[in-house]
Write a protein that binds this ligand. Structure first.
Ligand code: MOS
Length: 766
């Protein structure tokens, strides 16, 4: 008996045959790895899926939050008299209201500031809130609240934030902690060894998550029990924060997040709006709904920090890297987070001598949050363009230069081996499918439309792992329920989970229902982020399905009077291998009929020790740059991803294409613009903030998974994908544009203006 798949029949713990061919890693699969439309596709496209934004409860009030219009100001006085008298208004709260006068938490539980702070450190900080019968009454009422502000000096520029006379965003100066240093070897010796050294300063701008569904919640109290519907990536994380804030046992707090319209990291933290809704719901004894206006989703719900990155790389004439020096500066906004980008430059390639430093500063701007591979697409923007610069200096093919420097370990002090080191496979497979060699041979264009190709690689630093607990229930009619705590953040979690149950038990997908993301009715799971939902939860799903299967086989063994080792489960029938007469349909298993249900519980086993598991990737693109207008057209994009076993090829490919779209945003179209005079964001809307559209992404996109199950890592062999999919994208575009123009634009996004300026400076040089 292994403790791995523990289960109980009538109190006894039966033997699990060590040689059970059905246990452990899949050899061949019939459902897993295929292309399956989402099991909730109908609900999603028909509008019957209830997103938190759709939740409407009887007697529900609507909340609105009054926000500071200044980049930095003290609240001197708040007069709510007029607002309180307005039609439909049921509650008005400020930092002085009993029950709303509370400190605020940051992720990880440390306090920062207050729910309503008298000092507003960026545009959009919460000052007061109203609950009213209708949303418009609530918004009218917050406009009637009179605030006297004392405007304070502000700083929005990262470099200026470190100047001695810069306005202090937080007490104790504008440095966020100590700079993070990653170093190994001897940098000076590494550069002394180099035949060629290249270096430049790169820049990425602040990018906003911009999920389709705004941030928001509905809160309802039943006595001392709180229920919250939240657009979140992790219901258990929100449950934990709310329990702490309201001093309740976790069991009194129910958080439900069945659907959510995108988060990308911006919905990992509990929002102030959730707590504000719950406070006003308690005061009014009515449910309260707060969903943020779109503008607030730009200013207060997080961003990918902008970064200035200095990089210098040395290599021998054969392309062997000898040294990387890296220095990155970024801003977390007004509250603590980490704007580091140094991980990829430090670890993507085999290089003995590295010094990478990350400095994060406070500025008077909205707080950064994790955004789809936090820090890593920025690191790729600088590292992977520097690698192309180096290839040019060495007169090497950019692909060959990368292949020369593939690591098989994570080059930290412990130097752990990668369980599946497939960076090489990503580059080679991608290059072949893309036609890289042929593309490199293309003659330069004569006209004003210049084509170019580029590639970039990446790795992602989060393997996933325990805890995760999943329950599978097999019903007497052969249908199944899958019960798991994980959120499906739009990636298809429910579908691959159902596919694993279908694979293991032979239950058709149409007969599997998934319950998930509800703290009251599903098991604990960590938040869906870090590209770790698949690698964390898929082994627990498999273990739960196997626990059901083992019980079925044990029951069938008694019924058929055949040893368990002789039995196998095929398409909802249990068959003896040695005697074809001995067979029984699952629905005819007497114990199943008698009990009505068989339940299997699966737990996520720990990751192996002394090794490390990361996903790898390489992306390739072809662009056409119009040298008259400076516009970039992205002609084709190809992603070659090593994310271990592919569970659902359809949603796998869609993740890759979605990641590319987001990376194109970072590289070409998106930029938070803060007004230098006021410190306020001037493009906090979907018109002026340019999310890539179908016209901006490639017509021709392709996904070529490496698809090597990593069976040393976990029982499904699957690794993460969501974040890797966006890591190399912007850098690949940057390299393709440089290839097209013969001049590199180091600052993202690659706007027509910057392209034209680069063409002009090159013309002047010539
Ligand atoms: Mo992600 S940035 O961990 O949602």
């Amino acid at each position: 008996m292994t403790d791995k798949h523990a289960y109980h029949i009538d109190g006894a713990v039966p033997e699990t045959p060590e040689n059970d061919p059905n246990a452990g890693a899949w050899q061949e699969t019939s459902v897993v790895g295929t292309r399956q439309a989402r099991i909730d596709a109908y609900e999603r496209v028909s509008g019957t899926a209830v997103f938190p934004h759709d939740v409407s409860l009887p007697e529900m009030l609507h909340g609105a939050i009054l926000r500071c219009p200044h980049a930095h100001a003290n609240v001197l006085e708040i007069d709510t008299t007029e607002a309180e008298k307005m039609p439909g208004v049921r509650a008005v709260i400020t930092g002085k209201t009993a029950g709303a006068d509370m400190p605020w938490y940051e992720r990880g539980g440390r306090f920062y500031g207050r729910l309503f702070d008298d000092e507003c450190r960026h545009e959009g900080e919460e000052v007061a809130a109203v609950a009213a019968e209708t949303p418009l009454q609530a918004f009218d009422a917050i406009r009637a609240i009179k605030i006297t502000y004392e405007k304070l000096p502000f700083v929005i520029d990262e470099a200026k934030a470190l100047e001695p006379d810069a306005p202090a965003v937080q007490e104790g100066g504008n440095m966020v902690g100590e700079p993070r240093v990653r170093e190994r070897g001897d940098l000076a010796a590494g550069f002394a060894e180099a035949d060629v050294v290249v270096g430049r300063t790169y820049r990425t701008e602040c990018q906003i998550h911009a999920p389709m569904e705004p941030h928001g919640s509905v809160a309802r109290w039943d006595g001392n029990r709180l229920t919250v519907w939240d657009s979140t990536q992790g219901v258990f994380s929100v449950q934990g924060t709310l329990a702490k804030v309201f001093g309740l046992p976790m069991s009194n707090v129910r958080v439900i997040g069945h659907y959510m319209g995108g988060g990308f990291g911006a919905k990992l933290e509990t929002g102030k709006y959730t707590v504000v809704a719950a406070i006003m719901a308690k005061m009014t004894a009515r449910p309260v709904k707060i969903f943020l206006p779109r503008e607030d989703c730009f200013t207060v719900t997080g961003n990918r920090p902008g970064n200035t990155m200095k990089i210098k790389i040395g290599a021998k004439s054969d392309g062997t890297l000898t040294a990387i020096e890296y220095d990155s500066l970024g801003s977390t906004g007004a509250y603590r987070y980490n704007a580091g980008t140094g991980a990829l430059p430090a670890y993507l390639y085999q290089v003995a001598n590295v010094h990478a430093i990350d400095t994060t500063v406070y500025t008077n701007a909205g707080k950064a949050r994790p955004m789809r591979a936090p820090g890593v697409p920025q690191g790729a923007w600088s590292l992977e363009q520097a690698m192309d610069d180096l290839a040019a200096e060495l007169e090497m093919d950019p692909l060959a230069l990368r292949l020369k420097n593939i690591p098989t370990t994570l080059q930290t002090e412990q130097n752990p081996a990668f369980t599946s080191p497939h960076l090489r496979a990503c580059l080679e497979k991608g290059a072949e499918a893309f036609g890289w060699a042929e593309a490199m041979e293309l003659a330069p264009d004569e006209g004003h439309l210049k084509r170019g190709v580029g590639l970039a690689a990446g790795m992602w630093f989060y393997p996933g792992g325990p805890p995760s607990t999943v329950i599978v229930k097999l019903h007497a009619d052969g249908s199944a329920n899958l019960n798991m705590g994980a959120s499906d953040i739009g990636t298809g979690t429910k579908t691959w989970a159902a596919m694993i149950v279908a694979e293991e038990l032979g239950v058709p997908l149409a007969k599997i229902q998934v319950e998930h993301a509800d703290t009251a009715t599903t098991q604990y799971a960590t938040s869906s982020g870090g590209s770790k939902t698949v690698p964390s939860d898929s082994p627990a799903v498999l273990a739960a399905a196997q626990a059901v299967k083992h019980q079925l086989l044990a029951f069938a063994s008694e019924q058929l009077e055949a040893p368990v080792e002789d039995l196998e489960l095929r398409e909802l029938e249990i068959v003896s291998r040695s005697d074809a007469e001995k067979r029984v349909a699952v629905t005819e298993i007497e114990m199943l009929g008698r009990r009505g249900v068989i339940m299997g519980t699966g737990y996520r086993d720990p990751n192996p020790e002394d090794t490390v598991t990361f996903p790898f990737c390489a992306q390739f693109c072809e662009v056409e740059v119009n040298t008259r207008t400076g516009e970039i057209r992205i002609l084709r994009f190809l992603g070659a991803h090593d994310s271990g076993r592919v569970l659902n090829r359809l949603t796998f490919d869609n993740q890759v294409f979605g990641g590319m779209a987001m990376g194109i945003g970072l590289g070409v179209t998106e930029e938070r613009v803060l007004d230098r005079q006021t410190g306020k964001m001037v493009n906090a809307n979907f018109h002026d903030y340019k999310i890539p559209t179908m016209l901006d992404v490639a017509n021709d996109h392709a996904s070529h998974p490496v698809d090597q199950p990593d069976n040393d890592f976990n029982s499904t062999g699957a690794k993460g994908l969501g974040e890797p999919a966006t890591i190399p994208t912007a850098a690949a575009v940057g390299n393709a544009v440089a290839n097209a123009l013969g001049v590199r634009v180091t600052d993202a996004p690659l706007t027509p203006q910057k392209i034209l300026e680069a063409i002009e400076s090159k013309r002047k040089e010539a």
